[in-house]
Design a protein around this ligand. Structure first.
Ligand code: HEM
Length: 430
């Protein structure tokens, strides 16, 4: 099988999509490798691009993360550098139209996560109609793009009314999040019927993905709000260097590793019997836009900054210890420090998978940066994870001197699409 045919063989639902124009032959071979790519759940190592003699060296980002699998990618997948997150409102009452769009979205998602163009592509269609693909990702590799879908509480019911016949299928774990102490939530940055989390090593690839899904969804969904993120503030790969958040601290030191199947099963994936069957293998996502009052933080002493977390700034070591990964002695940390309060030993073993990103969205008109952490956390049951943890942090955390939660959303992310022909939401609507 030659390269082009092999590529088409792994493309979704008939394989009509083409690799993005302007790509090296070698990059194409690398992406074609369903057989060499990351494990179905996105757990484990990154795929290695296959070598070809007639091609220039491939950069590490010339890799794709498999779209199909038991779990959706973008949860336990090693965290990519960039984020574009979008929450959508469904604007139609027509269940069939919604299902049709979800099928089209799935096809497009399988295509672009594999580095291929949407549908008939950006060129080569009839000039009288708009191209299927908006084109700004032409020549760019897949950049480890993952697209993760979630369904918000308002997709199931709104103002007490059933929507799309889904009310009875709403998982009990998909609660309306309570108002936490100190919340200053903005309606236009909160909620949403459907979310798409696009993560990639290239921001243009992530933005292209959201834009094309929004275009396909025209007349069925509207973008309610969206958030760009950079500088991942968490790590699901404990061996790599821990990234720093905008407060200058290493963030993600103690997180659930994407390779830790036991912890993922215990804390992240919904299991049979947890709730409705359609969510088995899925996970619940909480998104919080957390603004940092950077200017106040920057005037705080180093001692005060370190006391806020209970870890040192440069090394990230827990108080009383030398190295970042030394086991913490919680009693050596201030009682109101973030890490002491959030650590599993202070919470009956509770853990969440954090996957947040930094954001800086210009200024607020008062001379301050509109910057902070776009917090994303996955869990098996939000009622037993984020809700009790945030209740405690909101009441006691010293970090609250420097942060304000201004956006909030909650989504049920279904299990993965297992093979071509299946679609996002099939277990819910099917
Ligand atoms: C702007 C807001 C926040 C900042 C800057 C921040 C920063 C940090 C930092 C620097 C660490 C220590 C390094 C690490 O182990 O990853 C940490 C740990 C942690 N944070 Fe946050 N965090 C924020 C919000 C939250 C929220 C809202 C939650 C949950 C409701 C949370 C839960 C945790 C947990 C569970 C840990 C791990 C504690 C441990 O096991 O040692 N964080 N955070």
């Amino acid at each position: 099988m030659d390269v082009e045919n092999e590529q088409q063989a792994v493309s979704a639902d008939g394989g009509a999509e083409k690799p993005r124009a302007g790509l090296s032959r070698r990059a194409v071979i690398g992406w074609a490798g369903a057989g060499v790519a990351i494990g179905a759940a996105g757990v484990g190592t990154v795929a290695a691009a296959t070598m070809a003699d007639d091609a220039p060296a491939a950069a590490p980002q010339n890799l794709d993360v498999p779209f199909y699998g038991e779990h959706q990618s973008g949860i336990s997948t090693p965290v990519q550098d960039r984020l574009h997150f979008a929450a959508f409102d469904v604007i139609t009452e027509d269940r069939d139209a919604l299902i049709k769009m979800l099928k089209e979205w799935t096809k497009a998602a399988a295509s672009i996560t594999g580095g291929r163009e949407v549908g008939g592509g950006a060129v080569g269609v009839v000039p009288q109609s708009p191209p299927d693909d908006t084109g700004e990702a032409l020549g760019l590799p897949a950049s480890r793009l993952t697209l993760t879908i979630g369904f918000g509480p308002t997709l199931f019911e709104k103002d007490g009314k059933d929507r799309f016949g889904l009310k009875a299928k709403r998982p009990e774990a998909l609660v309306d999040l309570p108002k936490f102490k100190g919340d200053r939530l903005e309606a236009n940055r909160s909620g949403g019927d459907i979310c798409i989390q696009a993560c990639a090593d290239d921001p243009q690839v992530a933005v292209h993905a959201i834009r094309n899904l929004a275009r396909i969804g025209m007349g069925v969904v509207n973008v309610r709000w969206s958030q760009l993120g950079f500088g991942k503030t968490s790590s699901t790969t404990p061996d790599s260097q821990t990234p720093r958040n905008l407060m200058g601290f290493k963030d993600g030191t103690h997180n659930i590793a994407g390779t830790d199947a036991d912890s993922l099963a215990r804390h992240v994936w919904a299991a049979p019997g947890d709730g409705p069957d359609w969510m088995t293998g899925g996970s619940y996502l909480v998104a919080r836009r957390i603004r940092m009052t950077i200017e106040t933080w920057d005037r705080a002493s180093l001692q005060d900054q370190e006391d806020t977390f209970g870890r040192t700034k440069i090394e990230g070591a827990p108080y009383g210890k030398q190295k970042e990964r030394d086991a913490p002695d919680l009693s050596a940390m201030p009682a109101d420090s973030h890490v002491r309060l959030a650590h599993p030993d202070s919470n009956n073993g509770l853990m969440i998978l954090r996957r947040g990103y930094s954001f800086t969205d210009g200024t607020d008109g008062l001379g301050r940066l509109d910057a902070g952490l776009f917090f994303l956390a996955y869990q098996r049951d939000t009622r037993k994870a984020f809700v009790p943890l945030q209740t405690k942090l909101a009441a006691n955390d010293k970090l609250n001197e420097y942060i304000t939660h201004v956006g909030s959303a909650h989504f049920a992310c279904p299990p993965g699409v297992r093979k071509p022909g299946e679609w996002w939401g099939q277990t819910l609507f099917g």
